[in-house]
Design a protein around this ligand. Structure first.
Ligand code: GDP
Length: 342
């Protein structure tokens, strides 16, 4: 199997073996092409990408997988740039990926934008990839998960996955990482009012950013408030109570402490076996998510279902038949005997 990248007819066609060798050798061009392949909607590319991932699998799993979320303006790109540079200076290899379902390549992605991380993007120890565009086969989440594996096989030992604090994407990112970091703005009380409880449940740590200048005290107060909010929640792990700290991304303050917590989390959960369990759970869940997504898509595209749907939806909406009866009809049109389930 081999592929030709769309729009780049002069590029040499690569076989799976070429991709594997290039990625393993840390060749950035081939790494980028492998991710482009993963993003492609072309079924042939999809097959090739799956063959590539299968071969790379034994070389994956070696990175600290860290998800980072926060509202626009909280300082995510400033933070990732500062942390990324600290880490590469310490000899780490850092990949930055992004999950932004609103992004379209032509319109430009808000996240993972290289111009937002100017210094890190030219750092030889770092690799930055903007968010795949929405509408990618299997969704942005699939692409990001698979890109993370390719980056690990290419030798990156830290993968930072950036997302915006909106909708379902935070949960999806939390389900693909070892550690989920929530960045907050100073602002104590008011801020806490508006905070979504859901994100606190996902957080392995809260870092209040912009703790500098006149915001320093406000940031400390906010961190204290978040700490008490977290205190009344049941922790996700018996071994880990999410810390609430303050940082200044722009001044590079508190970032060593922050990374220390991430390492300590890894050591503790490694020791108890929770990290391996967490990753295993994530994989199985991910397998089911894919099966469910594809089944639903097959059902929605089945010609008999497509034919039956408009009338069924309407009669259910009008109250002429029950939703349960209509569901049975749809499943039957798809070829399932509804009574057979379970
Ligand atoms: P993002 O939208 O979450 O990626 O946020 P940016 O990194 O683009 O930052 C938004 C604004 O906040 C920019 O003007 C940054 O310079 C500023 N900013 C980011 N981090 C800090 C910080 O630690 N302290 C201060 N005072 N400003 C910051």
């Amino acid at each position: 199997m081999a592929e030709t990248q769309p729009g780049a007819p002069r590029r040499r066609t690569l076989s799976v073996e070429d991709y594997v060798a290039g990625v393993r050798a840390g060749d950035r061009t081939i790494l980028s092409r492998a991710i482009t392949l993963i993003e492609s909607r072309n079924p042939e590319h999809h097959k090739l990408a799956q063959a590539l991932l299968q071969q790379l699998l034994p070389h994956t799993g070696g990175a600290h997988r860290v998800g980072i979320t926060g509202v626009p303006g909280v300082g995510k790109s400033t933070f990732i740039e500062a942390l990324g540079k600290n880490l590469t200076a310490d000899g780490h290899k850092v990949a930055v990926l992004a999950v932004d379902p609103s992004s379209s390549r032509s319109g430009g992605s808000i996240l993972g934008d290289k111009t937002r991380m100017g210094e890190l993007s030219v750092d030889p120890g770092a690799y930055i990839r903007p968010s795949p565009s929405a509408g990618t086969l299997g969704g942005v989440t699939r692409v990001t998960r698979e890109s993370m594996l390719v980056c690990e096989a290419a030798g990156f030992d830290v993968v930072l996955i950036e997302t915006v604090g909106a909708g379902q994407n935070e949960t999806e990112v939390a389900q693909m990482v070892d550690f989920f970091l929530v960045l907050m703005l100073p602002g104590a009380g008011d801020e806490l009012q508006g905070i979504k409880k859901g994100v606190l449940e996902l957080a392995d740590m809260i870092a209040v950013n912009k703790a500098d200048g006149e915001n320093e005290i406000k940031a400390k107060l906010a961190a204290r408030d978040y700490a008490s909010a977290l205190h009344i929640m049941k922790p996700a792990s018996p071994t880990w109570h999410p810390p609430c700290i303050t940082i200044s991304a722009i001044k590079n303050l508190g970032l060593d402490n922050l990374w220390g917590h991430i390492q300590s989390h890894r050591q503790k959960l490694d020791k108890t076996g929770e990290l391996a369990e967490k990753r295993a759970r994530q994989q199985v869940r991910w397998m089911w998510t894919q099966v469910e997504d594809r089944l639903l898509s097959a059902l929605r595209h089945h010609p008999d279902v497509v034919d039956a749907l408009p009338k069924l939806e309407q009669t259910v909406a009008n109250g002429e038949i029950t939703a349960g009866f209509a569901a049975d009809e749809i499943l039957e049109a798809f070829g399932l005997n509804p009574l057979d389930e379970d």
